[in-house]
Design a protein around this ligand. Structure first.
Ligand code: SF4
Length: 177
């Protein structure tokens, strides 16, 4: 790993850890091209997949993403999210302020509702939290079960992003990153 990128990787996270957790981010010592991929086509896909795999089990994911938000990182993979994915999550987080929670109740009550594509995952998660199982959500929203699962995953990612966003606001200039 190049020194600047070793420093970058270390700088992504707080050094505070829970008992039993790794004391270093898992990307430290990894091939930097994984986290700052520069390939094309299949080579790029494979670099991104390799980075996501490492991040998926890194105990520093939340602080890592909070730092990416805090410093408006435009490049590199942070917490398993590509720049494009971070932009999409940021845009979705902004539009969430306009989301009408009554939409979930109307769908739950059996009304025919035209749910915007961008609101779909929030409605799916809302129904799921009311105890609806995947087949029932799929029928109500005219989605395939796989689409429901993907929407649940999308919403979990959004919730993680929002959590990291809140954390980024609590980080001060003195915070050890
Ligand atoms: S989440 Fe990924 S990029 Fe962030 S510190 Fe961990 S391994 Fe590194």
């Amino acid at each position: 790993m190049k020194s600047v990128q070793t420093s970058n990787a270390r700088d992504r996270v707080s050094t505070r850890t829970a008992p039993g957790e790794s004391t270093e981010p898992l990307c430290v010592g990894s091939d930097p091209s994984k986290f700052f991929p520069d390939g094309l086509g299949p080579a790029l896909d494979s670099q991104v997949a390799a980075a996501k795999q490492v991040c998926s089990v890194c105990p520093f994911r939340l602080n890592c993403l909070a730092n990416a938000i805090r410093f408006n990182a435009e490049e590199g993979i942070w917490a398993g999210f590509t720049p494009r994915e971070r932009r999409r999550l940021s845009s979705r987080a902004k539009s969430l302020a306009r989301f009408d929670r009554h939409l979930i109740e109307r769908v739950a009550a059996g009304h025919i509702v035209d749910v915007d594509r961008q609101d779909r995952s929030t409605v799916v998660m809302g129904l799921h939290r009311q105890g609806w199982d995947i087949p029932r959500i799929a029928r109500a929203m005219e989605l395939t079960p796989i689409a429901v699962q993907l929407n649940l995953q999308t919403e979990l990612e959004l919730e993680f992003f929002l959590h990291a966003h809140e954390r980024s606001k609590l980080m001060t200039a003195e915070c050890p990153i």
